[in-house]
Design a protein around this ligand. Structure first.
Ligand code: PEP
Ligand code: MN
Length: 345
C-alpha cells in the first residue's frame, strides 16, 4: 500500500504517519519526489484496513499496490534510482558501458583489455574470477587470485570492477575487492545469496535468470532491497526459448517493460544474449534504442584463445568500432555516452 502525502507535508506529520503505520507492525519506506512524498507500507496490509488513514493529517490519498514487488516498484519510489560507479552514475541520462573478458585469465590480458576498453569509452571493467560453468570440467576461474588481479588493474587504470559472486560463502571475499557484485543468471533465485548481498550497500548487478519472468527478476531485486541494499542494477541477458539460432533469446521488450515497472537502472548484455560476436553490435543498438541505461559487453584480447565465451567476445578493434557506432544510437535515444571525467592516465 502507498500513502501519498499532501503537498507541503511537514516533517512532524510525516513522522506521525510513519509511527501510526509502524505501530501496526508494518515497515515504511519514504520516497521524496519533486512534488510529493510517498510513504510505502510493507507488511500485512489487512492491519491497515480499519484505520481511517485519510483522517491523519498530511495524507492525501491511499493506493493499494497490487504488484508483488514493492521497493523495486515505481509506485514506491518517485524518482529513478541512480547508482554511482567510479566517476559516473548509472541510471541517469548517461549510458554507461562496462566491458571486459568473460573470465580473468591473467594480469597481462586483463591490463591490456582494461587499457583498451577504457580508451574506447568503457567506464568500468568486467571479469569473472569465480565462474559458473555448465560443466565441472570447464575452467572455473582464478578465484581469489583473479580478484587480486582485478583490484590491481583497477588501481592502475581507475576503472571500477564488476565481478561475479556465486555463493554466500564468497560474499565477504568478493566484496573485499569488487565495486559491483554481479549475481549471475544461474543464481538469480538463489535467495540466500540475494539476502547476503542485500546486507551490504555495494551495488549489485542482477542478471535475469534463463527461465525467469520479468516479475521473477523484480522479486529477486526485492530480496536484495528488502535487506537494506537499494543499489540494484537489473540486466537482461537473454532467456531460454525454443529458438536455437542464438545462444539465448534476447528479450528486447523486457527493457521498456522494466523501465515502466521499476525505478531501478536496466542494463543489457548483448554478449550472452546472442552468443556470437557478430550479434553484439545489432543487439547493443537495439538495447539502447529500447531504453537500456548501459551495456555489459565481453571483450578479449584474442577471443580465439579465451578460456570462456570466446565465440561471443569482441576483440579490441571490434569493441572500438562498436563504441564509435553506438554513440549515434545513444544520441538518437536522447541520451549521452558517459565519458571519462578524470584525466586519462
Ligand atoms: C557472465 O557474465 O560471464 C555470465 C556468466 O553471465 P550470465 O550469468 O548472464 O550467464
Ligand atoms: Mn561469459
Amino acid at each position: 500500500m502507498i500513502i501519498v502525502t499532501r503537498k507541503g507535508v511537514t516533517a512532524d506529520e510525516l513522522d506521525h504517519i510513519r509511527e501510526r503505520v509502524e505501530a501496526l507492525g508494518l515497515r515504511t519506506h519514504v520516497s521524496r519526489g519533486e512534488h510529493r512524498t510517498i510513504v510505502g507500507c510493507i507488511g500485512d496490509e489487512e492491519r491497515l484496513k480499519n484505520v481511517p488513514l485519510l483522517s491523519i493529517p498530511g495524507i492525501e490519498a491511499v493506493h493499494a499496490v497490487l504488484k508483488p514487488f514493492k521497493l523495486a516498484s515505481r509506485d514506491f519510489v518517485a524518482t529513478p534510482t541512480r547508482i554511482a560507479l567510479g566517476d559516473v552514475e548509472i541510471g541517469g541520462n548517461e549510458v554507461v558501458i562496462i566491458a571486459g573478458p568473460c573470465s580473468v585469465e591473467g594480469r597481462d590480458m586483463l591490463m591490456r583489455t582494461a587499457i583498451d576498453v577504457r580508451a574506447s569509452g568503457a567506464r568500468a571493467l568486467r571479469g569473472g574470477a569465480f565462474k559458473p560453468r555448465s560443466s565441472p570440467y570447464s575452467f572455473q576461474g582464478l578465484g581469489e587470485d583473479g580478484l587480486k588481479i582485478l583490484a590491481d588493474v583497477r588501481d592502475e587504470t581507475g576503472l571500477p570492477i564488476v565481478t561475479e559472486v556465486m555463493d554466500t560463502r564468497q560474499v565477504d571475499l568478493v566484496a573485499g575487492y569488487a565495486d559491483v557484485l554481479q549475481v549471475g543468471a544461474r543464481n538469480m533465485q538463489n535467495f540466500s545469496l540475494l539476502t547476503e548481498v542485500g546486507r551490504l550497500q555495494r551495488p549489485v548487478l542482477l542478471k535475469r535468470g534463463m527461465s525467469a519472468t520479468v516479475e521473477d527478476l523484480l522479486l529477486a531485486a526485492e530480496y536484495v532491497m528488502s535487506e537494506g541494499n537499494p543499489n540494484v542494477i537489473l540486466c537482461e541477458r537473454g532467456i531460454r526459448t525454443f529458438g536455437t539460432a542464438t545462444r539465448n533469446t534476447f528479450d528486447l521488450a523486457a527493457i521498456p517493460v522494466l523501465k515502466r515497472e521499476t525505478h531501478l537502472p536496466v542494463f543489457a548484455d548483448p554478449s550472452h544474449a546472442g552468443g556470437r560476436r557478430h550479434l553484439v553490435p545489432p543487439l547493443s543498438f537495439a538495447a539502447i534504442a529500447a531504453g537500456a541505461d548501459g551495456l555489459l559487453v565481453e571483450v578479449h584480447p584474442d577471443p580465439e584463445t579465451a578460456t570462456s565465451d570466446g565465440e561471443q567476445s569482441l576483440d579490441f578493434e571490434e569493441f572500438r568500432a562498436l563504441m564509435t557506432s553506438l554513440r549515434a544510437f545513444v544520441d538518437a535515444a536522447g541520451r549521452t555516452m558517459a565519458e571519462l571525467r578524470r584525466a586519462e592516465a
